[in-house]
Each structure stands twice: as C-alpha cells, then as structure tokens.
Design a binder for this molecule. Sequence first.
Ligand code: AMP
Ligand code: ZN
Length: 494
Amino acid sequence: MALRLFNTMSSQIEEFHPLRDREVRMYACGPTVYDYGHIGNFRTFVAVDLLRRFFRQSGYTVRHVMNITDVDDKIIRNAARDGVSVQQYTAKYEKAFLEDAAMIGIEEPTLVRATEHIPEMAAFVATLVERGIAYRTDDGSYYFRIAKFPQYGKLSKKDFSGMLDGARVDVDEYDKVSARDFALWKAPKPGEASWDTSIGTGRPGWHLECSVMSMGALGESFDLHAGGEDLIFPHHENEIAQSESFTGKPFANFWFHARFLLVEGEKMSKSLGNFFTLRDLVLKGHKPSSIRYLLTSVPYRNQLNFTFDGLKQAAVSVERLRSFRLRLSSGTFADGSNSEMKALAAQAVERMTAALDDDLNTAQAQAAIFEMVRQANAAFDMGGIKKDDVAPLLAALAKFDEIFAVLDDDDGPKMKRVLEWAQAEGRDKEVSDALREALQSGQRSDADIEKKIGDMKDARSARDFKTSDAIRAELADAGILVEITKDGIRWRRK
Ligand code: AMP
Ligand code: ZN
C-alpha cells in the first residue's frame, strides 16, 4: 500500500507519489532564530523528521531542505536592543537550534540561510516588477500585487474577492482575515540591517525568503512543503502567490501542516507561565527521548496536549521498549524457533507500516510495537522464545526505531550538555535535583553497560567470580542494578 497523506491544498487524503521517480524533494519552514526553540516548534519539526524518515523507509531518497530565517522584524529589534549585529545575534540561536534538534533526534536537513541568498531575492523581485506583478513604493519598498494572482486564497480557502486593490501591509504576520498587497522587500529604516542590491537597499520579507530558497534548492516544482498550521496563512499563501506568478508552474505538490501543541489544555504563552523550551524540560530532569516520544505519540494532524503526566508516561514507554530489547540481546535462548514469534514480529512490522501509510498514524504504529512487546514478553517468561526468534523480533524493533529513534540510550550525555550550558549561561538555579539525579544514574550509556556485562559473563565462564563481583559492584555504584538469573544477566537503572 502506498503512503496516503492529507494535503492542505485539496483538503483531502491523497496517495503520495513523488514528481520524480523514487526521489522526494521536501522543504520545511525552519525556525526564526531569535530565541531558543520551544516544544511547540519541536512538535512540528519532529513531525517533519518522522515524515522524512518514513519516506526513506518506504524506499525513496529524500532531499530535505530547511531554511533558517536569520533576518526578520523580531531579530532586528532584539539585536538592536542587545547592541549586537544581526549576525552575532542569530549565530547564537542558530547554534542552539541545531544542538536542540540533534538532542531530540532530528536528522539534520540541508540548511539554507536567508542572509546568504539576498542577491537572488532581489533578482526575483526585479522580475516580478518587470511583469507588473510587483511594484515599488516611494520609500523603496516592494509589494506583491495580489490582484494579479486570482487564485490567491486557494490554500487557506479564504475568499478575497472583496479585497481592496492597492491596500498594503508591511509586517510579515498580519491579520488573518484581510488580504493586502504584502511586502516582498522592505526599505531600510535607520539603525536596521540592510543590503545593497540590484533593486536598491533594503532587506527581504520573510515570505520571499522561502519562495526563493526552496525553489533554488529543489527546483520550481517540488513534492512537499511543510510547517505548522499557523503558516497556512499568510506565509504559505504568499509563497504560492510569489512562486507561481514567477514560474507559471505549480509550486509544491503536497502541503503538510502539523497542528499546534497545547500545554495542559492551553495555548502556550509566556504570560500564562506554561511556555517551555526544550532546554527548560531537560533542566527539570526530563530525558530528550521521553520528550521525542511524547511529541510523536499523537498523529501530526491532531492537537497535541502536552502534560507532565504524559511526559512521565512517555518515559515509561521508552524504558519498556529498551528493557525488552535488552532482554532479547542479553538473554540466553534454547535452540530452534517458535513460528508464533516469527509471525508476531512480521505482524508488528506490517501493522506499523500500514499505520504510517495511513497519513502517518504514529499512535497506531506505537500501539503495534507495544502489542508485540507485550506478547513477546509473555512468551519470554514461559520460555517461548527460541534462539532463531531473536533476530526477527530485534529487526521489528529496529524498524520501529528507524522512525521513532528513541531506543538508543544517549540521554545522559545530552542532558549533561544542557547542564553545562546552563552553568555557562549563569542559569544554575534552573538546574533541578531531578536532572542531577538523572545524570548520576544515566552517566553510563547502554553500550558501556553492556560491555561491562559482557566482561562479567566472560569472567563468570572462566569461574572468576571475584572479577564478576567487582564489576557488579562498580555498576551498582553507578546506579545500575545487575540481576543474575538462570537465563543470563539482566540489568536496569535504579
Ligand atoms: P517560528 O520559529 O516561530 O517561525 O516557528 C517555527 C515552526 O514552529 C513553524 O513551522 C511554526 O508553525 C511551528 N510552531 C510554532 N508554534 C507551534 C506550536 N505551539 N505547535 C506546533 N508548531 C508550532
Ligand atoms: Zn517558510
């Protein structure tokens, strides 16, 4: 079965087929780097990451481009406030964004930065002016003439027929009901960053950046354009108007929008005190893997209500999957195979793929793997797993993890980096006891511990119990409990 995805353009679920054989070209609107990313931003970025991973698992090669908006109204305002250049200001937050994205398991897309493509943007505006689609105002700004693009509103399904010709707006994010000619290019204001270009001095508008950079990197027509639901209007509507007027061709084939994340049922906002960056959560002691798991547990088109109970539950789920994998990889099994176990693994893979094919139903994909784990654990306790069953069960877990990416235990080093960052920024007060405790027991990676367990096994087969006991004590000191059973050696974090 082929992947079926909801397309905001048609308001329907459609079968996905790339424009070019076996290659998916996708563009996601990236962050505006004026602050640390919050968990709402990461809901959207993780959803896009999942989609990319699933495309790959489905056999496509993927070109995934993301922009970094490194010049906009907020950035200019904040840089001026702090008395630093736009570049100095954004460099810090771009770095933080990339660290956070890696921390939460997002594979890095090809990045494009607005400030590195200014001449192309100016040339693009010049072409639109030549064709009478854009015009210059007395101050040296340029606007897109919406009346020249009759399909304006086709993505957001808004009717702009009563719109005032020539009414203008020069902020990037504007009133959602009124359409106005929007700024492509802004004339410089005193004290603001600007560039000298073929169309004069100034800076690009946000919408223009994405049109020029997406087509520059992926071609005039590509497969999929993604972002959070707030970008449908005006941002994506404006990108379509600019791009399609410029090329005369369809811009993106699929429009993929993630619904917003709420916190404890409310819109996240600083004034409500329910606003969390990724780093805030880690400082409270939560693992990046739990956060990623929670963000993927609700299909992208449903609202995700983030709660701390949910986050704890996500941590338990991840732990259950990890322990199961460890049970399989470190246990000893009788020779042979149990056809039921092979069928169970095959069924889990089939269900997972069917769920993801169904508009990326991540909740059902997770349910499928848990059903496998539940039944396999029961079989394990009854000696129902044989040597040859281990590989297919592990393969099913690996297939799950190609998409969800939570099984490898690298939380400790990641959390440690956040702790060090907080210390370097003078934010020690925000470091919770929970984080310090988590670091104590999490300092050792799974691989590290498994190596020690391997050493213990070797020592025990050589009847060197002294060494085995010493390793066990060392692990106990690091917060790791080791159990020696007739099936082998098992361990878990205290
Ligand atoms: P920004 O850095 O504000 O340009 O946003 C980056 C991405 O995060 C965009 O795709 C937004 O649509 C998305 N986004 C912002 N807030 C939320 C939220 N609460 N839930 C989900 N996505 C969001
Ligand atoms: Zn964009």
